[in-house]
Design a protein around this ligand. Sequence first.
Ligand code: 13P
Ligand code: ZN
Length: 281
Amino acid sequence: MEITEISFVRGFIRMCNDGWEQGWHERNGGNLSYRLKPEEVEEIRPFLNTNGEWKEIGTDVPKLSGEYFMVTGSGKYFRNVILDPADSTCILEIDETGSKYRICWGLVHGGRPTSELPSHLMNHEVKKDISKGKHRVIYHAHPANVIALTFVLPLTDEVFTRELWEMATECPIVFPSGIGVVGWMVPGGREIAVATSELMKQYDVAIWAHHGMFCSGEDFDLTFGLMHTVEKAAEILVKVYSMTNAKRQTITPQDFRDVARDFHVTVPEKFLYEKSSPERP
Ligand code: 13P
Ligand code: ZN
């Protein structure tokens, strides 16, 4: 049996390729991580090397001690994952303190896990807790329309959530808790990881101004679908504001309440504020 025949490995590779085909991963842009289930750790155990050197994560994630993750490599290209996953991805283990990791498989030609490992792991730690272990996927991509909007709209959770919800009736059903926004920050470190994981306590989506987006979900389909839905809404919004500065008609706060009632989701009232004008915020 090849490691690439294992279901979660195939799902990981497919998601990387799907993201590449969407145009969200120029060069080495974006990164993906998946928290393995205990039975999946057993399934891949024959492939694991447990003599790797322990390295600092750069932050502490004590609630992830002993967990295993499949992660893309730093500087690696999503377009290459499907061709040679052992070169561009790795499986790593977290030590018992939650401050170190070691590579157990992959990155066979050297390298290290994504530079956004602190953000991925801090998001995983928050989501593992809040979702009672259900969320396993953290996905970072560079989708152009969401990024474009961060130059035009006020960088608030309320405006981004409401404007994107209005772009497709499915949006408040797909991301009912809304979207968090992080103002511009230096990527790759603990500071942006803390800011993002703070937002992940409330939301499954966090936008990094002038950079990209993070999504969290239970599995590859849901997490990819979430990224896709938000970016599609952003594309529609870019088209709308390219045609006009003011919407003629839109989905109203009461419409959102009605959708929420029929689809059994809760939409926070803070996103259903009255607008003073139909013009772009
Ligand atoms: P990595 O190549 O280190 O994953 O970085 C890509 C990226 O998108 C940084 O935010
Ligand atoms: Zn990035």
